[in-house]
Design a protein around this ligand. Structure first.
Ligand code: SF4
Ligand code: SF4
Length: 301
């Protein structure tokens, strides 16, 4: 055995002694995430032949979100010294979410939200990739989160104003606490678990439904070609909002419904006619890219 091989064997042994199984599993998981594996348990779905995926577009989006994540972390850090930045950030992002929401639904949440960038770009690496429990997706949970967030913010602003203190501090507190919760949920469930109850996302969704009722065109929606769909379920394994696009092909929508439509958290709530008319869709294209048979596409394209 050459000196180089011995040195390499020794390095491997030292590395394995230092890292142990746990660290190796973590590295393996990071590599799987880097390689684009879905973040939910696929339960044997690998057997389904995959369509070639446009890796360049996925990588482009991921790179872009990583920048957004850094911007968000920088803003949060700077706000500890200048709390007014937190106020500007929260008001600016909420205004943008609602403004974009009127025209494009929750497009903002996937493409522009800095905290979304942090969750998709970084928290995803440590996420266990599990679905959230049903109660978490319930409209009442969402309403409760919104009431608590806006209630505490309003109370904090009033108290600061009475004391003559900085109005940025209540914003910083809300931003810091909600980010901790979002990161915690992202690690325990999947990285975008928070986005299912985020008050800004809910507002964006609600505003879009109002705009639709007033005659505005719906935001781009995923369409399902029922003839091409083989009901493999892969699309549901990658959806950040836990939507199962394949189930819209035949009207058999059994997952949680759209919070602002007539039904409730159970069952089909709007006409399921091959269009994923779910107001929480982030228009991220993950399901379109994941579908092995090319059954999914955006109705706009
Ligand atoms: S739409 Fe595609 S990924 Fe989803 S169930 Fe049908 S074949 Fe599978
Ligand atoms: S585009 Fe597809 S994967 Fe992305 S949120 Fe919408 S339904 Fe889910």
């Amino acid at each position: 055995m050459s000196l180089r091989e011995r040195a390499s064997g020794l390095t491997d042994r030292v590395w394995s002694a230092v890292t142990g199984d746990r660290a190796n599993r973590l590295i393996e998981r990071l590599e799987r995430v880097r390689d684009g594996d879905p973040w939910f348990d696929k339960r044997g779905l690998d057997a389904v032949r995959r369509r070639p995926v446009d890796d360049e577009s996925i990588e482009r989006r991921r790179g872009y979100q990583r920048y957004l994540g850094v911007v968000f972390a920088g803003l949060l850090a700077a706000a500890f010294w200048y709390p007014v930045l937190a106020g500007v950030g929260v008001v600016g992002c909420a205004t943008a979410a609602v403004g974009v929401g009127a025209v494009r639904g929750r497009f903002y949440c996937n493409h522009l939200c800095p905290r979304g960038g942090l969750l998709d770009g970084y928290v995803r690496l440590f996420s266990r990739g599990r679905r959230t429990p049903d109660w978490f997706k319930h409209p009442l949970t969402r309403a409760a989160v919104g009431l608590v967030a806006f209630g505490l913010l309003g109370t904090g602003l009033y108290a600061s104003w009475q004391r003559g203190g900085s109005l940025g501090v209540p914003f910083l507190t809300m931003l810091g606490v909600s980010t901790l919760v979002a990161v915690g949920l992202g690690v325990v469930y999947h990285q975008r678990a928070w986005c299912q109850v985020c008050p800004a996302g809910t507002l964006s969704h609600a505003v879009h439904r109002v705009a639709e009722a007033l005659g505005r065109d719906p935001a781009p929606r995923v369409e399902v070609d029922a003839d091409a769909c083989v009901s493999c379920g892969r699309c549901g394994t990658v959806c950040r909002q836990e939507i199962r696009p394949g189930q819209y092909a035949d009207g058999e929508v059994t997952d949680h419904g759209d919070v602002f439509s007539l039904g409730g958290p159970e069952g089909a709530t709007r006409e399921a006619d091959g269009v994923v008319d779910h107001g929480d869709c982030l228009q991220c294209s993950a399901c379109v890219e994941e579908c092995p048979t090319g059954a999914l596409s955006f109705d706009e394209e």
